[in-house]
Design a protein around this ligand. Structure first.
Ligand SMILES: [Cu+2]
Length: 291
């Protein structure tokens, strides 16, 4: 009886610990990868949700194929070894089976290709962007611009390990986070200043190359507020691992306040000023182009 009681209390303790652990994991999954994490980060955009679903479909198909091939191999090894089958058949062709092993894989590939292409085009661009975020990759940091808001722009550099504040994630925290509103179609335009980089945010289902002299496009619509992290995913030089991405997804009101504050600091509040900045910027670009 005592033994049963001890077991029961141990089980209750384990359950309590598991609840705490699982709760912690679920909350953290929305943000960044965790040690010993299995599976993807929680998807927070329609594209990431579709990628998750596509992954699940592929997992079923690949498991079925692997199990089928394994069973065939076991069957052949048992049924047709030299002891069980001393006089082998001399048949070398079998039309039906040859048609089958050509047609069935083609059908499997078509089943994979249709949702794959649909997803590719879905993630490519949005027909109804509500705002634009411009991302530029540099060796070794990112810079961001908001063309719809007076071209507010800033650089975003990693916080070195020895300067981290409590609660900040090592190698993923930046000095200036990108801020975007929740439930908004954000068009992302990406380019690079020097070499190839890749702007990758797993929870958004985004990994898009930034290429010098070219403008790539993608989009996201985040359905949950929070902080999300990503990293450069194109080997771009010695500090490639030290140019993280940190994004704060906030309510629309909070975003309006944040962008107004940014515009104020940049001296972009009055429209006339914004225009003159724009003209000065264009003149600068032209001058550089003529050099
Ligand atoms: Cu890079």
């Amino acid at each position: 009886m005592r033994c049963v009681r001890i077991l029961a209390s141990a089980a209750a303790r384990t359950a309590a610990v598991m609840t705490v652990l699982c709760g912690a994991t679920t909350a953290a999954l929305a943000q960044t990868a965790k040690p010993w994490q299995l599976g993807f980060q929680d998807p927070v955009t329609p594209v990431a949700e579709n990628i998750d679903a596509f992954h699940d479909l592929l997992l079923v198909i690949i498991t079925a194929i692997t199990a089928f091939v394994l069973l065939l191999l076991l069957y052949v090894a048992v049924r047709f070894n030299s002891r069980a089958n001393p006089t082998p058949s001399r048949v070398t062709h079998h039309t039906t089976i040859e048609v089958l092993w050509t047609v069935v894989p083609i059908m499997i590939l078509v089943v994979i290709a249709i949702p794959s292409f649909k997803l590719l085009y879905f993630g490519d661009r949005t027909a109804t962007p509500e705002m634009t975020l411009k991302v530029t990759g540099h060796q070794w940091y990112w810079s961001y611009a908001y063309p719809d808001y007076g071209n507010v722009s800033f650089d975003s550099l990693m916080v070195p390990t020895d300067q981290l504040k409590p609660g900040q994630v090592r190698l993923l925290e930046v000095d200036n986070r990108v801020v975007v509103p929740v439930d908004t179609n954000v068009r992302v335009l990406l380019t690079a200043d020097d070499v190839l980089h890749s702007w990758a945010v797993p929870a958004f289902g985004i990994k898009t190359d930034t290429i010098p002299g070219r403008l790539n496009e993608t989009w996201f619509r985040v359905t949950r507020t929070g902080t999300y992290y990503g990293q450069c995913s194109e080997l771009c030089g010695v500090n490639h691992g030290f140019m993280p991405i940190a994004i704060d997804v906030v309510s629309k009101d909070a975003f309006s306040q944040w962008i107004a504050e940014k515009k104020k600091t940049a001296g972009l509040t009055a429209p006339a000023q914004a225009d003159s900045v724009d003209v000065a910027h264009r003149a600068d670009v032209t001058a550089r182009g003529n050099r």
